[in-house]
Write a protein that binds this ligand. Structure first.
Ligand code: FAD
Length: 339
């Protein structure tokens, strides 16, 4: 079977960290048939493979010595509609933010708080993307994927996806074992208008707008554009670390020395700590060495100002981890996938 597989493919423009790296082989699919073709190809028996979406949650530490399979499966289709909900099936290669814009244009509610998150729809269930008091799991009904072992199409319902904070079954048991092909969302006809988180309410006031899916989406685009670096200008993958979750007992102890510590109640016994605050307190905000640094407006974001290598970013992240551990006795873990 002759299909178009590129060799020594440059990945610089396919990762938002703008890291210079090459793939030994590269293949792009935009139909299920094309995906099946590569999965049945002899190369897959000898080479390791990696599925690439928008490249906004990965950091290449070196060239990829295998085949990068780039997902461009498209399609947004309404499959059910009643007075309360609209069910929408979305191809996993659709751009997440474009889907959010599609949804708010139709006055549907549920994902407007997740506006401007880069990447593909197919990656949204993997780390259960979240922002501004909302998570992908709140609207995902089911996830369709190809099981790489049996090469059959399978489906998991929301509860079977085992969603949790920045995690799901796709980050654990199914990591590297499947390719997500379609995600089905249940969007609300009645606006949720979740404006309680961060600066949404004050941004709406500044825009002189009543809360609606469209105005909340606009407010979040404004807030995020001010706070986060645009990967087109400064390479980054958003939050580099996950916010750590610690026991309330430990929090109480830290509060004695740092009463201003930014924390959110997670459960009766545990609290989530703002990793950005920990990194800032450890003195890293605005740090720069050559082209590698910590963003000066948000310490949770590590940045590539130009020619930084993946390993330089990893080295910096390890130093940050160590100093946060020494100062607060809290271990922070990367959210980004290191390849
Ligand atoms: C400026 C900026 C801001 C961000 N803000 C947020 C935020 O607010 N909240 C948040 O949660 N995240 C945020 N992120 C992280 C990122 O946007 C999300 O994690 C996004 O879902 C990644 O999608 P992607 O398509 O780019 O995935 P990629 O980076 O291409 O891939 C990530 C991982 O998922 C796997 N993968 C991708 N697609 C598939 C598929 N179809 N099937 C199987 N495996 C697949 C890859 O193999 C890889 O392991 C931000 C990133 C940036 C650059």
């Amino acid at each position: 079977m002759s299909i178009s597989i590129e060799k020594n493919y440059q990945l610089d423009n396919l990762n938002t960290f703008n890291i210079s790296a090459k793939a030994k082989f590269f293949y792009e699919f935009n139909t299920l048939k094309k995906l099946e073709e590569i999965l049945n190809h002899k190369l897959l028996k000898t080479e390791k493979s990696f599925v690439l979406g928008g490249g906004s949650n990965i950091l290449f530490s070196k060239d990829f010595n295998g085949i990068v399979i780039k997902n461009s499966l498209g399609g947004i289709n309404i499959t059910k509609d009643n007075n309360n909900h609209t069910e929408v099936e979305v191809g996993s290669g659709e751009i997440w933010h474009e889907f959010v814009l599609w949804s708010v244009k139709k006055n549907l509610s549920g994902i407007e708080n997740l506006a401007l998150i880069p990447g593909s729809v197919g990656a949204s269930p993997i780390q259960n993307i979240g922002a501004y008091g909302c998570e992908a799991k709140d609207t995902i009904k089911k996830v369709q994927f190809i099981d790489l072992e049996s090469k059959s199409i399978k489906e998991l319902t929301n509860s079977e996806c085992n969603f949790s904070y920045r995690s799901s079954i796709f980050k654990k048991d199914l990591k590297g074992k499947c390719i997500i092909t379609k995600v089905t969302f249940l969007l609300n006809k009645k606006p949720i208008n979740n404006t309680s988180y961060g600066a949404i309410a004050s941004e709406l006031a500044a825009l002189k707008s009543q809360a609606s899916p469209q105005s909340i989406c606009n407010a979040i685009i404004n807030i995020r554009s001010r706070k986060l670096p645009d990967p087109q200008k400064i390479g980054n993958s958003g939050s580099f670390f996950k916010n750590p979750i610690i026991s309330n007992l430990k929090l109480k102890k830290i509060k004695e020395k740092y009463p201003e510590i930014i924390n959110y109640k997670q459960s009766k016994t545990h609290s989530k700590i703002a990793a950005g605050w920990l990194i800032e307190m450890a003195g890293w905000k605005g740090y720069r060495k050559d082209d590698c640094g910590v963003y000066d407006k948000q310490a949770l974001v590590l940045v590539n100002y130009g020619q930084a290598s993946g390993n330089e970013i990893i080295e910096l992240s390890k130093k940050i981890q160590q100093s946060v551990l020494e100062k607060f006795d809290i271990m922070i873990h990367p959210e980004v996938n290191i390849i």
